[in-house]
Design a binder for this molecule. Structure first.
Ligand code: ZN
Length: 221
């Protein structure tokens, strides 16, 4: 054990980790420095949603700007898979503030083939898995992007447009294992079109309640 710690320290000396926001050298076990962490704002009050939505409620951790915005961008665009744990902890703060009922299960908005290829990892799946561990709520992959038919050669323009319209599909065998009460996790709520589309298709396939939780929100609703 002593030797293992020694080795770990040596690795840290030779390959120090840096704060993704300010560049400061991180202490052991940190993924964001203490100073940057304290700049993350508290969870906002839940806002009333106007308009027609397929989901039943929406909660988020912080606006898509400042410290939290930068962290989410660093996680999804840089990309930095090692931030998953930290962001899952921030996500869990929303559950502490607005606890979901215990018979709900977690799922996430799946990546497109293109984004998966660019990032090299499924960033929402990784985060939702970490969140599942923290919260003890079961995790299911309930949604998938309609198989990469859109990338097939020789597809007509009309067909391609149809594919865009039905971008997500439900993994029914998985949905039937649940009580149909779903927490849909995503990184950023912008117009809400994506999570709404996912909620709609989940409900069309038998889900009874869909609660949307995201790390950030970028526009007023
Ligand atoms: Zn920092």
């Amino acid at each position: 054990m002593y030797l293992l710690n020694e080795m770990k320290n040596m690795v840290n000396v030779f390959f120090p980790k840096f704060c993704p926001l300010c560049g400061k050298i991180l202490k052991d076990g940190e993924s964001v420095c203490h100073e940057c962490k304290t700049k993350i704002p508290p969870i906002p009050y839940r806002e009333r949603m106007s308009g027609k939505w397929s989901f039943d409620a929406f909660y988020y951790r912080a606006p898509y700007k400042g410290t939290m915005g930068e962290l989410v961008k660093a996680y999804k665009f840089t990309p930095r898979p090692q931030l998953a744990e930290f962001l899952a902890e921030e996500f869990f703060e929303i559950f502490r503030r607005f606890p979901p009922p215990s018979d709900f299960v977690l799922t996430y908005v799946p990546p497109t083939f293109k984004s998966l290829k660019e990032k090299g990892f499924d960033h929402m799946k990784k985060l939702t898995k970490a969140l599942s561990k923290k919260s003890g709520m079961p995790f299911y992959t309930l949604l998938e992007v309609e198989k990469q038919r859109g990338y097939q050669v020789g597809l007509s323009e009309k067909k391609r447009r149809e594919l865009v319209r039905s971008k997500y599909a439900v993994v029914r065998e998985e949905l039937y294992k649940t009580w149909g009460k779903i927490i849909l996790v995503d990184d950023v709520f912008t117009t809400g079109a994506t999570v709404n589309e996912c909620a709609k298709i989940l409900k069309l396939n038998g889900a009874s309640r869909v609660l949307v939780y995201t790390l950030c929100r970028s526009h007023p609703i």
